[in-house]
Every structure is written in C-alpha cells, then in structure tokens.
Design a protein around this ligand. Structure first.
Ligand code: SF4
Length: 235
C-alpha cells in the first residue's frame, strides 16, 4: 500500500461528498477498499472495542491497517482485553491513544467523579481532545456507526465530511442492522467484547454505562439519566 499525498481540506470535502453519493448502496468491503485506495496510510479505523467488525473488514482490504483505540482510563477490563486480543491475533496495527491527564491528575484538577458532575467536560478531556490530536496524521477515519443504533445516528452517511476534524469520515456498516453484524461475527469468528453477552449492547466507559433491560434501546445504558446520548466524537 502506497502512502498517498495529503489532500487539501477542500479536496477531502469534495471526495467525501462524491463518495457518499456514489457508495451509498455499496457493500462495506467496497467502501473500505475505496478508502484504502484513496488515502493509503492516511486512513485509519477507530474502534471502541465493543467488537472488531470494522477492523476485521478493513484488514481484509488493507492488511496492517491502523486501528485507533481511545483508552480513557475508565474502560471495563473486558474492553481492554478485547483491545489486547485484537492486537494479538488480527492483521492490524492497534494504536492506543490516552488523554493528557491520568484519571488521578484530572481528579486533582477538577475534583473526583467529573463524569457525574459534568460528563460533557469529562468526554471533552478524555475522548474528544485525544482523538482530535490522535487523528492529526490521517485524512480519513472509519467508524462502526450504524443508522439503526439510535435516532441521532439515523442519517449517518457511508462516507461523509467531518467538519469538526476536517477529515473524511467513513461508516462502512452504516446501513447494516444488528442482525447483519451478528451474522458477520458468526461467519468470520470476529472478536467481540464479553460484555455484549452480559447485558451491555453498547459499551463505553464503566462509570457511564449500565446494563439495559429487555426491550430497551441498545444505547439506553449510556449516560443513563443524564440527558446525554453522544460523547462528542460523532456530533
Ligand atoms: Fe468521562 Fe463518562 Fe465520557 Fe468516559 S463516557 S469520558 S467517564 S463522561
């Protein structure tokens, strides 16, 4: 895979808009192949380590692809274990990003349990800023966003323009359902987070994630009771 020359922001935006239209009906592998061919090493996958579906898909068209994981310092051990398993067995290059401050340093500056008092600030410090910095060397990033996950994700384009980071944002499984994901995981033996089988259909930081009850929305367990649905990475 060659390292392609960096595009200007205007070029990236035009590429994203055209590809979003042309690839709307395309299969995830074809969307990822377009991203790999267009951006080469300036393309990465981001993963919350809920599962390794998009990382697995991407590794099929771009072996050794960078898979970026944000270690907020608040993850469940199962999530870190998933990250380690992905790094050990898959043909990908796992890159772990960390916030500038440890949890202890943040507690000292802002007081303990900032996630309970001001989750938006906590997410900004521990997720949004580190990702912004970590993606600096890339022109395009892939996510596992799906339209069926929540109303806020219902219009997710398969390829779109991420104005906040001024990068191309690729969501190759945007049109997939949970059944599609389950089928892919079963067919390919994809690594998944053990918590998925323990009542957590959506997994984030431990203090801000609870199990969901039968019939609840998959993301109902994220920031439950706090009027917050997204961490700011995708808004
Ligand atoms: Fe902090 Fe919760 Fe956001 Fe994690 S999900 S960064 S603990 S507010």
């Amino acid at each position: 895979m060659t390292t392609l020359q960096a595009h200007s922001a205007d070029e990236l935006r035009a590429l994203a808009e055209t590809a979003g239209r042309e690839l709307e009906e395309a299969e995830p592998l074809d969307i990822l192949r377009w991203a790999a061919d267009t951006f080469g090493k300036r393309f990465c996958v981001t993963s919350s380590m809920e599962d390794a579906v998009v990382a697995h898909l991407a590794s099929r068209v771009m072996p050794g692809v960078d898979v970026v994981f944000l270690d907020t310092g608040y993850h469940f051990p199962e999530t870190l274990g998933t990250r380690d398993a992905v790094a050990a067995v898959m043909d990908v290059n796992v890159i772990t990003l960390t916030p500038r401050q440890t949890v202890a340093e943040q507690d000292a500056e802002y007081g303990p349990r900032l996630h309970d008092r001001d989750p938006d600030l906590c997410c900004a410090l521990r997720k949004v800023k580190p990702l912004q910095e970590g993606l600096a060397g890339y022109s395009a990033w892939a996510t596992g966003l799906r339209r069926d996950e929540s109303p806020t994700r219902a219009n997710t384009p398969v390829v779109g323009w991420d104005e906040k980071r001024r990068k191309v944002k690729v969501s190759p499984i945007a049109r997939w359902t949970q059944d599609d994901v389950d089928r892919y995981v079963a067919e390919h033996g994809v690594i998944t987070n053990l918590l998925l089988m323990d009542g957590y259909p959506s997994i984030g930081c431990a203090p801000c994630t609870r199990r969901v009850a039968e019939g609840e929305d998959a993301r109902a367990g994220r920031w439950a009771g706090r009027g917050k649905t997204e961490c700011g990475l995708h808004g």
